[in-house]
Design a protein around this ligand. Structure first.
Ligand SMILES: [Zn+2]
Length: 330
Protein backbone atom coordinates (compact mmCIF):
# COMPACT_ATOMS: atom_id res chain seq x y z
CA UNK A 1 0.00 0.00 0.00
CA UNK A 2 1.34 3.39 -0.95
CA UNK A 3 1.58 5.78 1.94
CA UNK A 4 -0.64 8.82 1.57
CA UNK A 5 1.44 11.99 1.24
CA UNK A 6 0.48 15.47 2.45
CA UNK A 7 1.88 19.00 2.02
CA UNK A 8 1.25 22.46 3.65
CA UNK A 9 -0.78 24.71 1.41
CA UNK A 10 0.81 28.26 1.85
CA UNK A 11 -2.45 29.87 0.97
CA UNK A 12 -4.69 28.02 3.40
CA UNK A 13 -1.84 27.04 5.78
CA UNK A 14 -3.38 23.62 6.15
CA UNK A 15 -2.26 20.12 5.28
CA UNK A 16 -3.58 18.92 2.00
CA UNK A 17 -3.19 15.52 0.40
CA UNK A 18 -0.71 15.25 -2.48
CA UNK A 19 -2.59 14.05 -5.59
CA UNK A 20 -0.79 12.48 -8.58
CA UNK A 21 -1.28 13.97 -11.96
CA UNK A 22 -2.69 11.70 -14.69
CA UNK A 23 0.72 11.68 -16.44
CA UNK A 24 2.51 10.61 -13.29
CA UNK A 25 -0.06 7.88 -12.77
CA UNK A 26 0.50 6.47 -16.29
CA UNK A 27 4.25 6.49 -15.73
CA UNK A 28 3.97 4.55 -12.49
CA UNK A 29 1.60 1.96 -14.01
CA UNK A 30 3.91 1.62 -17.03
CA UNK A 31 6.99 1.06 -14.87
CA UNK A 32 5.15 -1.41 -12.69
CA UNK A 33 3.95 -3.43 -15.71
CA UNK A 34 7.44 -3.46 -17.24
CA UNK A 35 8.83 -4.74 -13.95
CA UNK A 36 6.23 -7.49 -13.86
CA UNK A 37 7.04 -8.59 -17.43
CA UNK A 38 10.79 -8.70 -16.68
CA UNK A 39 10.14 -10.72 -13.57
CA UNK A 40 7.95 -13.17 -15.52
CA UNK A 41 10.66 -13.63 -18.16
CA UNK A 42 13.36 -14.18 -15.57
CA UNK A 43 11.21 -16.69 -13.70
CA UNK A 44 10.46 -18.58 -16.89
CA UNK A 45 14.12 -19.00 -17.88
CA UNK A 46 15.13 -19.77 -14.34
CA UNK A 47 12.41 -22.41 -14.09
CA UNK A 48 13.41 -24.06 -17.35
CA UNK A 49 17.00 -24.03 -16.22
CA UNK A 50 16.28 -26.19 -13.22
CA UNK A 51 12.94 -27.82 -14.11
CA UNK A 52 12.79 -29.37 -17.65
CA UNK A 53 9.58 -29.12 -19.61
CA UNK A 54 7.51 -32.28 -20.32
CA UNK A 55 8.82 -32.27 -23.89
CA UNK A 56 12.39 -32.10 -22.67
CA UNK A 57 11.72 -35.00 -20.34
CA UNK A 58 10.44 -37.06 -23.30
CA UNK A 59 13.54 -36.14 -25.37
CA UNK A 60 15.78 -37.07 -22.48
CA UNK A 61 14.10 -40.47 -22.16
CA UNK A 62 14.38 -41.09 -25.88
CA UNK A 63 18.03 -40.13 -25.70
CA UNK A 64 18.63 -42.59 -22.88
CA UNK A 65 16.83 -45.33 -24.81
CA UNK A 66 18.96 -44.63 -27.89
CA UNK A 67 22.13 -44.83 -25.82
CA UNK A 68 21.03 -48.19 -24.41
CA UNK A 69 20.26 -49.43 -27.90
CA UNK A 70 23.67 -48.34 -29.17
CA UNK A 71 25.34 -50.22 -26.34
CA UNK A 72 23.31 -53.35 -27.20
CA UNK A 73 24.10 -52.87 -30.92
CA UNK A 74 27.79 -52.67 -30.13
CA UNK A 75 27.61 -55.97 -28.25
CA UNK A 76 25.80 -57.63 -31.15
CA UNK A 77 28.39 -56.28 -33.58
CA UNK A 78 31.09 -57.72 -31.36
CA UNK A 79 29.49 -61.16 -31.70
CA UNK A 80 29.18 -60.82 -35.49
CA UNK A 81 32.85 -59.80 -35.68
CA UNK A 82 33.92 -62.81 -33.66
CA UNK A 83 31.85 -65.11 -35.92
CA UNK A 84 33.54 -63.52 -38.92
CA UNK A 85 36.95 -64.28 -37.41
CA UNK A 86 35.87 -67.93 -37.01
CA UNK A 87 34.71 -68.05 -40.61
CA UNK A 88 37.94 -66.47 -41.79
CA UNK A 89 40.03 -69.01 -39.87
CA UNK A 90 38.01 -71.91 -41.23
CA UNK A 91 38.33 -70.47 -44.74
CA UNK A 92 42.10 -70.09 -44.56
CA UNK A 93 43.03 -73.10 -42.45
CA UNK A 94 40.50 -75.64 -43.68
CA UNK A 95 38.60 -74.92 -46.90
CA UNK A 96 41.47 -73.27 -48.74
CA UNK A 97 44.04 -75.64 -47.22
CA UNK A 98 42.35 -78.86 -48.35
CA UNK A 99 41.92 -77.46 -51.85
CA UNK A 100 45.58 -76.29 -51.90
CA UNK A 101 44.52 -72.66 -52.26
CA UNK A 102 46.73 -70.00 -50.67
CA UNK A 103 45.27 -68.20 -47.65
CA UNK A 104 44.09 -64.64 -48.37
CA UNK A 105 46.91 -62.25 -47.32
CA UNK A 106 46.25 -60.03 -44.31
CA UNK A 107 46.87 -56.94 -46.44
CA UNK A 108 43.86 -57.84 -48.56
CA UNK A 109 41.78 -58.96 -45.60
CA UNK A 110 42.33 -55.63 -43.83
CA UNK A 111 41.82 -53.59 -47.00
CA UNK A 112 38.94 -51.12 -46.67
CA UNK A 113 38.59 -51.58 -42.93
CA UNK A 114 39.80 -48.08 -41.99
CA UNK A 115 37.75 -44.99 -41.09
CA UNK A 116 34.45 -44.39 -42.74
CA UNK A 117 33.70 -41.44 -44.99
CA UNK A 118 30.06 -42.18 -44.43
CA UNK A 119 30.39 -41.22 -40.75
CA UNK A 120 31.91 -37.77 -41.36
CA UNK A 121 28.60 -35.94 -40.96
CA UNK A 122 28.18 -37.57 -37.56
CA UNK A 123 31.04 -35.40 -36.28
CA UNK A 124 28.47 -32.62 -35.91
CA UNK A 125 26.69 -34.52 -33.18
CA UNK A 126 27.30 -33.52 -29.58
CA UNK A 127 28.64 -37.03 -28.83
CA UNK A 128 29.73 -38.47 -32.19
CA UNK A 129 32.03 -41.19 -30.78
CA UNK A 130 29.45 -43.85 -30.04
CA UNK A 131 27.51 -43.43 -33.29
CA UNK A 132 30.65 -43.21 -35.43
CA UNK A 133 32.05 -46.29 -33.78
CA UNK A 134 28.96 -48.32 -34.72
CA UNK A 135 28.96 -46.85 -38.22
CA UNK A 136 32.64 -47.76 -38.76
CA UNK A 137 32.17 -51.25 -37.42
CA UNK A 138 29.21 -51.87 -39.73
CA UNK A 139 31.34 -50.68 -42.69
CA UNK A 140 34.20 -52.99 -41.66
CA UNK A 141 31.87 -55.94 -41.28
CA UNK A 142 30.27 -55.22 -44.65
CA UNK A 143 33.71 -55.22 -46.31
CA UNK A 144 34.76 -58.42 -44.57
CA UNK A 145 31.54 -60.20 -45.48
CA UNK A 146 31.95 -59.15 -49.11
CA UNK A 147 35.54 -60.46 -49.17
CA UNK A 148 34.55 -63.68 -47.41
CA UNK A 149 31.73 -64.19 -49.87
CA UNK A 150 34.14 -63.84 -52.81
CA UNK A 151 36.59 -66.21 -51.16
CA UNK A 152 33.93 -68.87 -50.56
CA UNK A 153 32.78 -68.57 -54.18
CA UNK A 154 36.36 -69.26 -55.30
CA UNK A 155 36.55 -72.20 -52.87
CA UNK A 156 33.28 -73.60 -54.22
CA UNK A 157 34.49 -73.30 -57.85
CA UNK A 158 37.73 -75.04 -56.91
CA UNK A 159 35.86 -77.80 -55.04
CA UNK A 160 33.51 -78.40 -58.00
CA UNK A 161 36.50 -78.47 -60.34
CA UNK A 162 38.32 -80.92 -58.06
CA UNK A 163 35.19 -83.04 -57.72
CA UNK A 164 34.95 -83.24 -61.50
CA UNK A 165 38.67 -83.98 -61.72
CA UNK A 166 38.37 -86.80 -59.16
CA UNK A 167 35.41 -88.27 -61.06
CA UNK A 168 37.27 -88.11 -64.37
CA UNK A 169 40.81 -89.10 -63.42
CA UNK A 170 41.57 -92.78 -64.26
CA UNK A 171 41.77 -94.49 -60.88
CA UNK A 172 40.52 -98.08 -60.95
CA UNK A 173 41.53 -101.37 -62.49
CA UNK A 174 39.94 -101.79 -65.98
CA UNK A 175 39.07 -105.39 -65.08
CA UNK A 176 37.09 -106.38 -62.00
CA UNK A 177 39.11 -108.05 -59.20
CA UNK A 178 36.49 -110.81 -59.38
CA UNK A 179 37.69 -111.78 -62.86
CA UNK A 180 40.85 -113.88 -63.05
CA UNK A 181 43.60 -111.96 -64.89
CA UNK A 182 47.33 -111.88 -64.69
CA UNK A 183 49.91 -109.34 -65.63
CA UNK A 184 51.91 -110.51 -68.61
CA UNK A 185 53.75 -107.31 -69.42
CA UNK A 186 54.32 -104.24 -67.30
CA UNK A 187 55.01 -100.63 -68.22
CA UNK A 188 58.48 -99.71 -69.46
CA UNK A 189 61.14 -101.28 -71.63
CA UNK A 190 60.81 -104.95 -72.58
CA UNK A 191 61.72 -107.41 -75.27
CA UNK A 192 59.15 -107.07 -78.04
CA UNK A 193 57.35 -110.45 -78.38
CA UNK A 194 57.26 -110.09 -82.18
CA UNK A 195 60.62 -108.56 -83.09
CA UNK A 196 62.63 -109.72 -80.05
CA UNK A 197 64.14 -106.24 -79.86
CA UNK A 198 64.14 -104.08 -76.74
CA UNK A 199 61.35 -101.51 -77.03
CA UNK A 200 59.19 -99.28 -74.86
CA UNK A 201 55.87 -100.68 -73.67
CA UNK A 202 53.54 -97.75 -73.04
CA UNK A 203 50.98 -99.61 -70.96
CA UNK A 204 50.34 -102.87 -69.12
CA UNK A 205 49.08 -106.17 -70.50
CA UNK A 206 46.48 -108.13 -68.56
CA UNK A 207 45.87 -111.66 -69.83
CA UNK A 208 42.53 -113.35 -69.22
CA UNK A 209 39.62 -115.12 -70.81
CA UNK A 210 38.18 -113.80 -74.04
CA UNK A 211 34.91 -111.95 -73.37
CA UNK A 212 35.75 -110.51 -69.94
CA UNK A 213 34.19 -107.09 -69.38
CA UNK A 214 36.57 -104.16 -69.78
CA UNK A 215 35.60 -101.09 -67.74
CA UNK A 216 36.24 -97.44 -68.27
CA UNK A 217 38.53 -96.29 -65.42
CA UNK A 218 37.26 -92.69 -65.09
CA UNK A 219 34.44 -90.54 -66.42
CA UNK A 220 35.07 -89.25 -69.94
CA UNK A 221 34.14 -89.20 -73.62
CA UNK A 222 34.97 -91.88 -76.19
CA UNK A 223 37.22 -90.33 -78.84
CA UNK A 224 38.19 -93.52 -80.71
CA UNK A 225 36.20 -96.76 -81.02
CA UNK A 226 37.25 -98.90 -83.99
CA UNK A 227 39.99 -101.15 -85.29
CA UNK A 228 43.45 -99.62 -85.07
CA UNK A 229 45.43 -100.66 -88.15
CA UNK A 230 48.76 -100.19 -86.40
CA UNK A 231 48.60 -103.27 -84.20
CA UNK A 232 46.19 -102.42 -81.36
CA UNK A 233 43.29 -104.26 -83.00
CA UNK A 234 39.87 -103.21 -81.79
CA UNK A 235 40.63 -100.21 -79.64
CA UNK A 236 38.73 -97.73 -77.48
CA UNK A 237 40.29 -94.42 -76.40
CA UNK A 238 38.55 -92.30 -73.75
CA UNK A 239 39.32 -88.64 -73.15
CA UNK A 240 38.90 -87.84 -69.42
CA UNK A 241 39.73 -84.13 -69.65
CA UNK A 242 42.45 -82.52 -67.52
CA UNK A 243 44.97 -83.90 -70.06
CA UNK A 244 44.17 -87.60 -69.42
CA UNK A 245 43.30 -90.30 -71.95
CA UNK A 246 43.02 -94.07 -71.51
CA UNK A 247 43.41 -96.74 -74.18
CA UNK A 248 41.84 -100.22 -74.12
CA UNK A 249 43.31 -102.31 -76.93
CA UNK A 250 43.09 -105.81 -78.53
CA UNK A 251 39.37 -105.94 -77.61
CA UNK A 252 37.19 -108.76 -78.84
CA UNK A 253 34.19 -106.51 -79.05
CA UNK A 254 33.70 -102.73 -78.88
CA UNK A 255 30.55 -101.80 -76.95
CA UNK A 256 30.73 -97.99 -77.11
CA UNK A 257 30.64 -95.40 -79.86
CA UNK A 258 32.78 -92.39 -80.62
CA UNK A 259 31.37 -89.32 -78.81
CA UNK A 260 29.65 -91.40 -76.11
CA UNK A 261 29.89 -90.06 -72.55
CA UNK A 262 30.98 -92.62 -69.98
CA UNK A 263 30.99 -92.80 -66.21
CA UNK A 264 33.71 -94.60 -64.30
CA UNK A 265 33.03 -98.34 -64.34
CA UNK A 266 30.98 -98.48 -67.55
CA UNK A 267 31.85 -101.32 -69.92
CA UNK A 268 33.71 -100.22 -73.07
CA UNK A 269 34.18 -103.67 -74.62
CA UNK A 270 35.34 -107.21 -73.97
CA UNK A 271 38.77 -108.75 -73.64
CA UNK A 272 40.08 -110.19 -76.89
CA UNK A 273 43.13 -110.84 -79.02
CA UNK A 274 42.64 -108.63 -82.05
CA UNK A 275 45.54 -106.85 -83.76
CA UNK A 276 49.15 -107.57 -83.00
CA UNK A 277 48.56 -109.97 -80.10
CA UNK A 278 50.11 -113.22 -79.00
CA UNK A 279 47.10 -114.28 -76.91
CA UNK A 280 43.90 -112.94 -75.26
CA UNK A 281 44.84 -109.90 -73.22
CA UNK A 282 44.00 -106.27 -72.59
CA UNK A 283 46.57 -103.61 -73.38
CA UNK A 284 45.72 -100.76 -70.99
CA UNK A 285 47.43 -97.43 -71.42
CA UNK A 286 47.13 -94.04 -69.68
CA UNK A 287 48.42 -90.83 -71.23
CA UNK A 288 48.81 -87.48 -69.51
CA UNK A 289 49.27 -84.56 -71.91
CA UNK A 290 49.85 -87.20 -74.62
CA UNK A 291 52.76 -88.83 -72.78
CA UNK A 292 52.40 -92.40 -71.56
CA UNK A 293 52.50 -92.84 -67.77
CA UNK A 294 52.66 -95.96 -65.62
CA UNK A 295 49.05 -97.16 -65.01
CA UNK A 296 50.06 -98.69 -61.67
CA UNK A 297 50.21 -95.19 -60.21
CA UNK A 298 46.53 -94.75 -61.01
CA UNK A 299 44.98 -97.72 -59.24
CA UNK A 300 44.01 -95.63 -56.27
CA UNK A 301 40.71 -97.20 -55.48
CA UNK A 302 41.26 -100.23 -53.29
CA UNK A 303 38.00 -101.87 -54.26
CA UNK A 304 36.87 -105.33 -53.25
CA UNK A 305 35.15 -107.53 -55.84
CA UNK A 306 31.78 -106.56 -54.38
CA UNK A 307 32.59 -102.85 -54.44
CA UNK A 308 33.88 -103.12 -57.99
CA UNK A 309 30.71 -104.93 -59.09
CA UNK A 310 28.61 -102.28 -57.40
CA UNK A 311 30.62 -99.53 -59.06
CA UNK A 312 30.31 -101.14 -62.48
CA UNK A 313 26.58 -101.61 -62.03
CA UNK A 314 26.02 -98.07 -60.87
CA UNK A 315 28.82 -96.59 -63.01
CA UNK A 316 29.29 -93.82 -60.53
CA UNK A 317 32.13 -92.36 -58.57
CA UNK A 318 32.80 -94.44 -55.44
CA UNK A 319 33.80 -93.32 -52.00
CA UNK A 320 37.01 -95.05 -51.08
CA UNK A 321 40.53 -94.81 -49.79
CA UNK A 322 43.34 -93.51 -51.93
CA UNK A 323 45.97 -96.13 -50.99
CA UNK A 324 47.79 -97.24 -54.14
CA UNK A 325 47.44 -101.01 -54.46
CA UNK A 326 48.78 -103.62 -56.83
CA UNK A 327 46.39 -105.18 -59.32
CA UNK A 328 44.94 -108.58 -58.73
CA UNK A 329 47.16 -111.07 -60.50
CA UNK A 330 46.48 -114.74 -60.79
ZN1 LIG B 1 50.61 -104.01 -74.36
Amino acid sequence: MLDKKYYINPETLSYERVRLTRKQLYRYVGLFSFGLICLAILMRFGFERFYPTPREIIYQQENNNLRAEYVALNLELQQVESQLVDLRNRDDRFYRAILSLDPIPNTIRSFGTGGSERGQHLMNLREPGMVRNVSNRIDNITNKVRLQNNSLSAVLDEALDKQEFLACKPSINPISPADPVWLTSSYGYRKDPFTGKRSAHHGIDLAGQIGLDIHCTGAGTVIFAKTNRHGYGKEVVVDHGFGYTTTYAHLDDILVEKGQKLKRGEIVGTLGSTGRSTGPHLHYEIRKDNRAVNPFYFFYENLSSEEYTLLASQASYPEGSYQPVAMSQK
